[in-house]
Design a protein around this ligand. Structure first.
Ligand SMILES: Cc1cc2nc3c(=O)[nH]c(=O)nc-3n(C[C@H](O)[C@H](O)[C@H](O)COP(=O)(O)O)c2cc1C
Length: 271
């Protein structure tokens, strides 16, 4: 009887040891699973980050594409009036132009995007006669104007030293208008390059009847100085011969002004 009870007690003990072992094994398996899942997640995250880095990294084929865009831009003399620029494309171009740099990031410019036929006609009438036919053929005209009261364009959070520096830079520029023009042209140029990248043609035009006439055509207050009107659309005919550029050594002087490079600079054979 006692022997049977002892055997039963021993059996129970062995049973609970076996159960404990099974528990430990289950816990180990669970820990292993968690570890594997964590490692898998870390690997996935690293791969995702590497892909994102590769997408964000410039250079290589991006440099070649940019060169194609720069060489592909030219001043288009006639647009196809029958071909519109889709609104989504226009929106994409404007978003790119808005990424242009400006001093203090003040962005002291605005652009009036003229697409309505009647508004384009009114604006075209304010341009120099030589620019009117090409402007009239373009489905999009963008009036870029610099803010000649740039202090007002500074964010309210701008510090006093920033305001003082801005006043000094405006004085160095010669006038508030000159400063505002400097800040406006990068955006206009970016817009033209963006248009080229989207397969469109463009032309910058500074030939106005008068600046006041352009302002009046688009209801711009006097505080804005019109820098340029950019026409955008599909080219009516194939691109003409590439325009001439000065030799690089005439334009880019190493370390200091090179009078000889300027003296030897040929005049533009285009003109
Ligand atoms: C600020 C600026 C103003 C310009 N104004 C006019 C203009 O009023 N009419 C015009 O036909 N072209 C105008 N152009 C275009 C230039 O004549 C043209 O950029 C230049 O001849 C070089 O040719 P490309 O743009 O085809 O390389 C202007 C260009 C710039 C940058």
């Amino acid at each position: 009887m006692a022997a049977r009870a002892l055997a039963a007690r021993l059996g129970e003990s062995f049973g609970s040891v076996a159960a404990m072992r099974a528990d430990v094994a289950a816990q180990r398996d669970a820990a292993l699973l968690i570890l594997l899942a964590a490692a898998g997640y870390a690997l996935l995250a690293a791969a995702h980050a590497a892909r994102a880095r590769a997408r964000g990294r410039l250079g290589g084929r991006h440099a070649a594409s940019f060169a194609r865009v720069v060489h592909g831009r030219y001043s288009c003399a006639e647009f196809d009036p029958a071909r519109r620029v889709p609104q989504a494309t226009l929106d994409a171009l404007l978003a790119l132009a808005a990424r242009a740099p400006s001093s203090f990031n003040a962005q002291p410019w605005i652009a009036i995007v003229v697409t309505e036929p009647a508004a384009r006609e009114t604006l075209t009438a304010a341009l120099a006669p030589g620019n009117r036919p090409k402007a009239l053929s373009a489905p999009v005209l963008v009036v870029f104007a610099g803010d000649a009261q740039p202090e007002a364009a500074l964010a309210p959070a701008a510090t006093q030293p920033m305001r003082e520096a801005l006043a000094a830079y405006i004085a160095q520029s010669g006038s508030p208008q000159a400063w505002a023009f400097k800040q406006t042209m990068p955006a206009a140029t970016t817009l033209m390059l963006a248009a080229t990248a989207h397969g469109l043609a463009s032309t910058a035009m500074e030939g106005f009847r008068t600046m006041a006439a352009v302002r009046h055509a688009v209801a711009l207050p006097d505080r804005y100085a019109v820098a340029v009107v950019v026409a955008i659309g599909h080219a009516k005919r194939p691109r003409p011969k590439r325009s001439w550029r000065r030799p690089l050594r005439a334009a880019f002087h190493a370390n200091a002004y090179d009078a000889a490079a300027v003296a030897n600079d040929a005049c533009a054979p285009d003109l």
